[in-house]
Design a protein around this ligand. Structure first.
Ligand SMILES: CSC[C@H]1O[C@H](OP(=O)(O)O)[C@H](O)[C@@H]1O
Length: 364
C-alpha cells in the first residue's frame, strides 16, 4: 500500500492526521478552506508541497460544492478571499504562495492592475478552470518528485561514488511521501538511491521539537524497509564525523534568488558541520519552493511556533516551569554552505546558478 498524506477524488479531500503518527493512521475529511487552514496551522498536514496541495484542493472541494457566486466577479472575489486566508496559515514555505498565484491567474484575478470585476465571463467555465488548475497540482508534484529523486541520485553518485559502490546519507526533518503528493523531495533522492541498490544507509535526525524525523521519516523508512538509523539532532556532527556519511540531503521551504535556503530549524547547523568536514550538502526541492522575488535569506519570514511545542511532550510538561522559550520552526542556510547543489525537477544547480536557470523556465 502507498503511503498517502493526501487523498483526493473530485469533491472529496482527506488528510492523514500527522499529529497521530506513527501510532494511529487516521484520515480526516476536509470540506472547506477554513478546515484546511486549521489543519495546516496545527500541522496535521505539513511539508511545503503538501501544505500547498491541501490549500488548493480544499478550494476545489468548496468550488465543486457550488460555493462562490453568483456570477464570475463574485466567484473571483471568493477565490481571492479564500487564498488570502490560506496564506495566513504558515508564512515560511513559498509553495502555497506559488499555488495561490497560479490559482488566481486561472481565475483571471492574477493582475491587480487589470479591471477584472466585469461579470462578462461564464461562471461555470471560470469555476471549472480553477478546479482543474487545483486538481492538476497533485499529479505535477508527484511527477516532479520522481524527477528530483532521479536527478539527485545521479548527481550524488557521480560526485561521491563515481567508480560504483554504495553511499551513506544523512537527512533532516521529513521530506517524504508525508510532506508531498508522494515519493518526496530529499527523501525521494534517498528512495531513488535505494531503488538502484546504491544506498548503504540513511541517518535521519529526530528533528525536535515536532519530531518529524523520529515519527514520520522513520515511519516511512521502516515502512519501505530502507536501511536507516535514527539519531538525536545533537548526534549529527558525530554521525558525519564517524559513520561514513558521504552526503547530507535536506528539503526546503523557501529558496531565494541567491540560493539561501529556509528549511527546518537545525538545517543551518548541519550545513556548518558538513562544510567543516568536507561532506557535500544538498538541498532538494521543487521549483515551486523557489522564490526569486527575494534577494537573500534575510528577507524570508520565519515562522515562530507556540512555546508548548518545545516545553511539552504529548500534553506533558517536560521543561522547567517559568523558562522563556524561542521556538523558530525554520532557519536559513547561507548559500555558500550548500556545497553539493540545489536539486530541482529542472536540474541540479549551484546556488549561484539558480536564478538564471529558473527565471527562464518558471514564473516566480
Ligand atoms: C518537502 S518539504 C518538507 C519540509 O517541511 C518541513 O517543515 P514542516 O514540517 O514544519 O512543514 C521542513 O522544513 C522540510 O524540509
Amino acid at each position: 500500500m502507498t503511503l498517502e498524506a493526501i487523498r483526493y477524488s473530485p469533491g472529496s479531500l482527506q488528510i492523514l492526521d500527522q499529529l497521530q503518527l506513527p501510532h494511529v493512521c487516521h484520515y480526516e475529511d476536509l470540506q472547506s478552506v477554513s478546515q484546511a487552514w486549521a489543519a495546516i496551522r496545527d500541522m496535521k498536514v505539513r511539508g511545503a508541497p503538501a501544505i500547498a496541495l491541501v490549500g488548493a484542493l480544499s478550494l476545489a472541494v468548496e468550488l465543486r460544492a457550488g460555493a462562490g457566486g453568483p456570477g464570475a466577479a463574485v466567484l473571483r472575489s471568493f477565490v481571492r478571499a479564500k487564498l488570502d486566508l490560506l496564506l495566513s496559515a504558515r508564512p515560511t514555505a513559498s509553495n502555497l504562495g506559488r499555488a495561490a498565484r497560479t490559482l488566481l491567474a486561472a481565475a483571471g484575478a492574477g493582475d491587480p492592475d487589470l479591471h477584472q470585476d466585469d461579470d462578462d465571463e461564464d461562471e461555470g467555465a471560470l469555476r471549472h478552470r480553477v478546479i482543474r488548475c487545483a486538481e492538476d497540482m497533485m499529479e505535477k508534484d508527484l511527477r516532479d518528485n520522481r524527477t528530483i529523486g532521479d536527478l539527485g541520485a545521479r548527481h550524488i553518485l557521480e560526485r561521491v561514488a563515481p567508480s560504483g559502490g554504495q553511499v551513506t546519507v544523512l537527512t533532516h526533518c521529513n521530506t517524504g511521501a508525508l510532506a508531498t503528493a508522494g515519493y518526496g523531495t530529499a527523501l525521494g533522492v534517498v528512495r531513488s538511491l535505494h531503488a538502484q541498490g546504491r544506498l548503504e544507509r540513511v541517518y535521519c535526525t529526530e528533528t525536535r521539537p515536532y519530531n518529524q524525523g523520529s515519527r514520520l521519516t522513520a515511519f516511512e523508512l521502516v515502512y519501505e524497509a530502507i536501511p536507516a538509523t535514527l539519531i538525536a539532532d545533537s548526534a549529527a556532527a558525530a554521525a558525519l564525523a564517524q559513520r561514513g556519511v558521504t552526503a547530507v540531503i535536506v528539503g526546503a521551504d523557501r529558496i531565494v534568488a541567491n540560493g539561501d535556503t529556509a528549511n527546518k530549524v537545525g538545517t543551518y547547523q548541519l550545513a556548518v558541520v558538513a562544510k567543516h568536514l568536507g561532506v557535500p550538502f544538498y538541498v532538494a526541492a521543487p521549483s515551486s519552493s523557489c522564490d526569486l522575488g527575494l534577494a537573500s535569506g534575510r528577507d524570508i519570514p520565519i515562522e515562530e511556533r507556540p512555546p508548548q511545542e518545545l516545553t511539552d511532550l504529548q500534553g506533558i510538561r517536560i521543561a522547567a516551569p517559568g523558562i522563556e522559550v524561542w521556538n523558530p520552526a525554520f532557519d536559513v542556510t547561507p548559500h555558500e554552505l550548500i556545497t553539493g547543489g540545489i536539486i530541482t525537477e529542472l536540474g541540479v544547480f549551484a546556488p549561484h546558478e539558480l536564478q538564471a536557470a529558473l527565471s527562464t523556465t518558471t514564473s516566480s
